[in-house]
Design a binder for this molecule. Structure first.
Ligand code: ARG
Length: 656
């Protein structure tokens, strides 16, 4: 049951006699900010006053007189300039509460309009170990995956791995020239990634070495220009001149930094005898690596065999990370899967007059967009764009998707804009294509999160560290326990540490609005108090302990109909309303693809429960009626927390 939708229906009927488009005003019905104004509040009278040219208070009166909520609410009250306050009747809440209690889905109905959704998430480029940059797509994608399934949509998750890119040319070149066989045998992906970095470093070296004189010339030129500009008399009112000076200074700083960085990269090769010898022996490395990629793409037997040798190793390494994150995909169709379709995609685009030749390349020109969407490069190579178009074709035509969600970081937003516009012009104007974009994980220095030595943070080591830190917290907690019986076994401690550690990382990621960047902070994410997974997991365990202590069979309790819901305490009522809002929250989170809405809700529930439990007795309540009512409330609170955390991919613990 979605309480808000129910109210919206009633308001829609009431408003339809007053305005042409009642739906425009329905978003103005919201949960009340303060319980003293009721449970929900409708603020539609104020904007309607402007439309209808009458005082808002009169309009509120008119809406209320047309509104039929007698069966569910107390008589609506009009407050202030024209707010309509709504408070549910206890009988109605009881009825809904009972329905939720006996329902496996705690009262959440499935969508009446289920969509066939493909969620494209995680999608790393393979042959490099996964790093912190892959965390967000994996965690947000998995949460949306679970959420949409729970709401009854037909979801297929697809890990659209980059398994056909230019990195393979570099790896193949590295493998043919610099392989450390023993290292490959013990840790294939580690060795492949070393080779990849080595080939990159050597390619960069030659490129920088060639480019350095030009960079230095730029610095000299900018220095001259700046000196001339600074020598000219400064007219303080001339804003354009001031701006020009500023731009010049910035450009000079940037150019100087580029020179410093180039020199340091060059030096790091030249100061190392081995690297330097390799660089001298492979002057054409960048071009030759591109040749290896091209050969692979033309199905050269040797390179294809190497690709088939590397790929399973890469997938195995990725699966280890997914296992730890408890993420499963319905399919992992990498870019390579779509390669046989690309030629047809381009010729079809061309046939329809969408793709045109420009300087040897085939491009789709989209109105109002300066950059064309290149679907075949001048050298004949297909692109990321072509693959993504073929992917849409396959997903819509073979898998019958009507919605495709791409959980990919914000830096690719231009690609997706062009992709979606091209797809609509091509054959798929009715498919819902959405870029679920997200921000960056930052370090305390507010720059993308790196290790102290400046390397990207590996995802596996991050997960390891989370568990180690969580374990220290659990152990400290144990040492404070006075009751010997409450002490945990070492297996339990390990399991709890895992759930708290991994849950903590996931929650810290999901609780932020996905579009914003966030700062990675271990202490904050594992804190026992505050907006953390630990706090909610702890609240959950506290509820479980009530049932343990009272020796209560929860299953039996749930189906016991001989009870009265006591809502005398404001916190009891607040909890009931909160519980009954679960469906509304899930639908909101799904509508905006925002797991943080669910995080916020779970945090509020944990907070309410903690306040309630601190102030009121459950097992020692004044009488049996109150006790049973509160036990039921505790039981459903725990179930909502468990279900909600589960949708976020976070596991609960019965005893902590
Ligand atoms: N492999 C890409 C990357 O790491 C992300 C792929 C996202 N999905 C897609 N269909 N383009 O940047």
């Amino acid at each position: 049951m979605n309480l808000l939708s129910l109210l919206k229906q009633r308001f829609s009927t009431a408003l339809s006699g007053l305005v042409d488009s009642p739906t425009d005003y329905l978003p103005l019905i919201r949960p009340a900010g303060d319980p003293k104004f009721g449970d929900y509040q409708a603020n539609c009278a104020m904007p309607l006053a402007k439309v209808l040219g009458k005082p808002a208070k009169d309009i509120a009166g008119e809406i209320v007189s047309r509104l039929d909520v007698n069966d569910i609410c107390h008589p609506p009250e009009i407050a202030g300039p024209g707010f309509i306050n709504l408070k549910f009747k206890d009988e109605f809440l009881l009825q809904q509460f009972v329905a939720a209690t006996i329902d496996e889905r705690v009262g959440v109905e499935k969508s009446s309009n289920p969509q066939t959704v493909i969620i494209d998430y995680s999608s790393p480029n393979v042959a490099k170990p996964m790093h912190v940059g892959h965390l967000r797509s994996s965690v947000i994608g998995a949460a949306l995956d679970k959420l949409f399934r729970f709401l009854g949509h037909h979801v297929t998750s697809d890990n659209h791995i980059g398994d056909w890119g230019t990195q393979f040319g570099r790896i193949i070149y590295g493998y043919k020239n610099f392989l450390d066989e023993a290292a490959y045998n013990t840790n294939p992906v580690g060795e492949l990634s070393r080779l990849y970095r080595l080939v990159n470093q050597l390619s960069d070296y030659h490129e920088l070495k060639t480019g350095l004189p030009k960079l230095e010339a730029t610095v000299a030129e900018l220095t001259d220009n700046l000196a001339t500009a600074e020598a000219a008399p400064l007219d303080k009112k001339d804003k354009a001149a001031a701006q020009k000076l500023k731009d010049l200074r910035n450009a000079l700083t940037a150019a100087k930094e580029e020179v410093v960085s180039a020199k340091s990269k060059i030096a790091s090769v030249e100061s190392n005898a081995d690297l330097s010898a390799k660089a001298q022996a492979h002057p054409e490395i960048a071009r030759l690596a591109r040749v290896e990629t091209a050969k692979l793409h033309q199905n050269d037997a040797e390179n294809l065999a190497l690709w088939h040798k590397f790929l399973p190793e890469c997938l195995k390494a990725m699966d280890q990370v997914y296992d730890r994150l408890d993420i499963k995909f319905d399919m992992t169709l990498g870019e390579s899967y779509y390669q046989p379709m690309l030629a047809d995609v381009v010729s079809d685009l061309e046939k329809r007059g969408l793709a045109k030749e420009s300087q040897g390349a085939m491009c789709v020109f989209i109105e109002d967009n300066s950059a064309p969407f290149i679907v075949r490069k001048a050298d004949g190579a297909y692109t990321y764009a072509t693959t993504d178009l073929a992917t849409i074709q396959d997903r819509v035509e073979r898998l019958h998707a009507n919605t495709i969600l791409y959980v990919v970081d914000a830096r690719q937003s231009e690609h997706f804009q062009l992709l979606f516009k091209t797809a609509a012009l091509w054959k798929y104007p009715h498919a819902t294509l959405k870029h679920i974009s997200f921000g960056t994980v930052m370090g305390e220095d507010r720059k993308p999160y790196k290790t102290r030595s400046g390397d990207t943070v590996g995802l596996e080591s991050l997960l390891d560290e989370a568990v180690v830190r969580a374990k220290a917290i659990v152990e400290e907690n144990e040492s404070l326990k006075r009751d010997e019986d409450a002490k945990l076994s070492s297996d339990d401690i390990q399991l709890i540490a895992q759930r708290i550690g991994i849950g903590g990382i996931k929650y810290a990621d999901l609780k932020h609005h996905r579009e914003s960047d966030y700062v990675f902070n271990w202490d904050k994410m594992l804190a026992k108090k505050g907006d953390t997974a630990t706090y909610i997991q702890y609240a959950y365990a506290r509820v479980c302990s009530i049932f343990r202590k009272g020796n209560i069979d929860r299953e039996q309790l749930r189906h016991d109909k001989s009870f009265k819901l006591t809502l005398t305490e404001p916190l009891e009522r607040a909890m009931v309303i909160k519980i009954l809002r679960f469906e509304e929250i899930l639908e909101d989170a799904a509508a905006d693809y925002r797991p943080n809405i669910l995080c916020q809700y779970l945090f509020e529930i944990a907070d309410l429960f903690s306040a309630f439990f601190d102030q009121h007795h459950v097992l020692n309540a004044d009488n049996e009626t109150v006790k049973k009512s509160r036990l039921k409330l505790c039981d459903i609170t725990a179930r909502v927390m468990n279900q909600g955390l589960g949708l976020l991919g976070i596991e609960t613990i019965e005893q902590m």
